[in-house]
Design a protein around this ligand. Structure first.
Ligand SMILES: NC(=O)C1=CN([C@@H]2O[C@H](COP(=O)(O)OP(=O)(O)OC[C@H]3O[C@@H](n4cnc5c(N)ncnc54)[C@H](OP(=O)(O)O)[C@@H]3O)[C@@H](O)[C@H]2O)[C@@H](O)CC1
Ligand SMILES: [K+]
Length: 503
């Protein structure tokens, strides 16, 4: 699913009006009608609804919705915030319609003094500002936002919580944004919904389709997309009857150290559960028996060191290499990484302490092989790329880094962001909080190595890997819950995840 900027959505809106064709007021009616259906489904009448409307089309949606709710056995009060002299034509028309019908209570608000009490069971509809917000909220509208936030009512934001910018909130007043329980976004998600610090404003979000024109949606380009099952499925390469294990590639996994052999086991098992033909696990000497016993399918390459990574086997036999899970940051490991970065000619997955070693030696950033994949979590990301005060800025830095170095940079977390060398950024919707657990990242590294070895290109391996990893975690959580979920569970559910993805 594409994510468009607020400006692009306005263009899509305008295109739909001309080319469907449909008048703007009818499009507003359709949008409000879809919100009405959602509300009657979630909060069946009778209920008390308090609707706060602003001067633009978001307010117009709120007014059209108010009329529908009043006709549907809801008790409705509408509060029109007198924020400016301007009011959009369609909001004005809906306001006039309400005045003529006279079926609900309509109040004009010019100060916080006319703020109603908001009770626990009230449904508050936030239609003050939508995607046309151009600056932080001030004045009495800010007081209204704070009063809504202080209440225990059920707050439903139309399109976007008032006060939240659709993309860049780096300069926003974070104390002037409605904290919605539900956000009903028209047709597409907003980029801001995917950033962790905005969860308190957005609450649960849902997409409400309003029939915007398919031609412009498919032709308009955007850097941002949310992955879908259909899209990821379309990337899978079919397997053929006469294929053999050589067809699916030989991967090298460099992982493990004294006390962290579990990382090597997890990454190896995940790799083998994701379709790799042959896997060689390079580990320190002490791990030999552990690996041979725990993962009989893997071949083992033994380091001269008993406890850490200091060397690697001859590389020509491998189609892809992954380095990092559980390797530690010792000086000898650093030297081996320097050599590996110079020598490797195949795609490389760089994770965990391999990222940290590179971050501590910025001169290595010039050596990063094109086509490699970095898989940091947020702390590792900050060490590698730099700190930022907010997720939008961090995402811009991530895209820049990926472009500048010609590599794929994944930022792991809820909605893992995958930034590709040509500038695009994919967000992964699968996964759950149970996956924030030791070894989860090692599993992901193993999956991506497996996909690279099979011949998937770097960014496609990152996309399929992230989706599959989250999907396996989701399927596992159905049976084991989120608290009890372990990295081994993610591996155990990879077979089901593959089956589900290919269905
Ligand atoms: N997607 C779609 O296809 C459809 C979208 N629809 C709906 O349209 C909504 C977008 O409508 P919109 O463009 O009129 O913007 P909206 O936010 O309602 O108001 C902008 C007004 O507020 C003003 N203003 C801005 N910031 C301010 C501030 N801090 N303090 C004070 N004033 C401020 C701004 O003034 P200006 O910036 O020009 O000074 C302008 O007058 C969208 O979210 C969705 O709900 C549906 O109806 C149908 C289909
Ligand atoms: K809103």
């Amino acid at each position: 699913m594409k994510i468009f900027t607020a400006k692009q959505v306005a263009e899509i809106d305008a295109y739909t009006i001309i080319n469907e064709p449909i008048s703007s007021i009818d499009l507003m009616e359709r949008a409000a009608g879809e919100i009405y259906k959602w509300i009657t489904d979630r909060f069946p009448a009778p209920q008390n609804c308090k609707i706060f409307v602003g001067p633009g089309n978001n307010g117009g949606d709120g007014l059209a919705l108010a009329r529908m709710l009043a006709g549907g056995n809801y008790s409705v009060e509408v509060f029109v915030l007198q924020i400016s002299d301007k009011i959009s034509a369609d909001a004005e028309a809906n306001l006039e319609c309400i005045r003529i019908l006279n079926t609900l209570d309509l109040y004009e608000m010019t100060s916080i003094d006319s703020m109603p009490w908001l009770f626990k069971d009230d449904i508050v509809i936030d239609a003050i500002f939508g995607s046309g917000l151009s600056r932080p909220i001030e004045g009495f509208a800010l007081d209204v936002v704070n009063a809504i936030n202080a209440s225990d009512a059920n707050v439903v934001a139309i399109d976007i919580p008032s006060g939240l910018m659709a993309e860049d909130n780096s300069k926003n007043n974070l104390r002037g944004i409605v904290r919605a329980d539900f956000t009903l976004s028209f047709q597409f998600p907003k980029l801001a919904f995917l950033f962790p610090e905005n969860e308190i404003y957005v609450g649960e979000w849902e997409i409400i389709s309003i029939g915007l024109h398919p031609d412009i949606i498919s032709s308009k380009t955007t850097a941002y997309k949310v992955l879908s099952k259909e899209f990821v499925k379309s990337l899978l390469m079919p397997r053929k009857k006469f294929d053999h294990k050589g067809t699916y590639g030989h991967g090298l996994l460099i992982s493990g150290s004294y006390g962290k052999m579990g990382a090597a086991i997890l990454a190896s098992r995940a790799s083998l559960r994701s379709g790799i033909g042959l896997l060689t696990s390079h580990i320190p000497r002490l791990g030999y028996q552990i690996m041979q016993t725990a993962v009989p399918e893997a071949m083992v390459s033994i380091d001269r060191s008993d406890i850490i990574f200091t060397e690697y086997p001859e590389l020509s036999q491998f189609k892809a290499v992954a380095i990092g899970p559980g390797i530690d940051k010792k000086q000898n490991s650093f030297r081996a990484i320097v050599n590996l970065l110079k020598e490797v000619k195949v795609p490389l997955v760089i994770d965990a302490d391999a990222i940290n070693i590179i971050s501590e030696h910025p001169e290595l950033k010039k050596e990063l092989p094109m086509g490699s994949i970095f898989t940091p979590h947020v702390r590792e990301f900050e060490r590698l790329v730099g700190k930022s005060g907010d997720s939008y800025t961090r995402n811009c830095m991530q895209r820049e880094f990926a472009k500048a170095h010609g590599l794929t940079l994944m930022l792991k977390g809820a909605y893992t962001a995958i930034c590709c060398p040509e500038g695009s950024c994919y967000f992964n919707p699968t996964g759950n909080p149970g996956m924030a657990t030791a070894g989860s990242g090692d599993v992901l590294t193993g999956i991506i190595l497996s996909l690279l070895s099979q011949g998937y290109s770097s960014h496609i391996a990152a996309i399929i890997g992230a989706y599959l990893h989250g999907l396996a975690g989701d399927l596992a959580s159905v049976d084991v819950g989120v608290e009890a979920l372990t990295a081994s569970d993610i591996i155990d559910y990879l077979p089901k995840a593959w089956l589900y993805l290919k269905k």
